[in-house]
Design a protein around this ligand. Structure first.
Ligand SMILES: [Zn+2]
Length: 135
């Protein structure tokens, strides 16, 4: 099982993985579970692209007046690169995670594959995973 970070923000992401393990252990275990599933099933590494979002980054994305709070600001979520998977594999991963975790999750959906587009610019297809245990 290998969790990789491939980004100009590599150092920051590594620090954030350790911080995620401290702040929200179930979410960290979810990350490990997905990476084991992906390795066992497809022989692929899991590439983490985003974990923590600062308030200034949320403002940059949604505007300074936004009251919207992202689960990324709370260590409730992380993103995984999805473009290395085909559509069937993406569906299998999403189904695996949601079947296993939705019932115990404060959030309705644990994993979704989506593309974020802002001002015509794509921020890439990815899995957005969010997990906060109900109790
Ligand atoms: Zn996300």
């Amino acid at each position: 099982m290998t969790i990789l970070v491939k980004s100009v923000r590599e150092k920051r992401l590594i620090d954030e993985i350790f911080q995620l393990a401290k702040e929200n252990k179930p979410c960290y275990y979810l990350m490990k579970d997905i990476s084991k599933f992906v390795e066992d099933k497809y022989g692929l590494d899991t590439i983490i692209t985003h974990i923590y979002r600062k308030l200034s980054e949320q403002h940059k994305f949604y505007g300074k007046d936004t009251t919207r709070v992202s689960p990324h600001q709370l260590f409730h979520s992380f993103d995984i690169r999805s473009r290395i998977f085909n559509n069937d594999e993406i569906k299998e991963i999403v189904d695996y995670v949601n079947t296993k975790y939705n019932a115990t999750n404060y959030y309705k959906t644990t994993c979704m594959a989506h593309e974020v587009i802002k001002d015509g610019k794509s921020f890439g297809m990815h899995f957005h995973c969010q997990y906060l245990t109900k109790d």
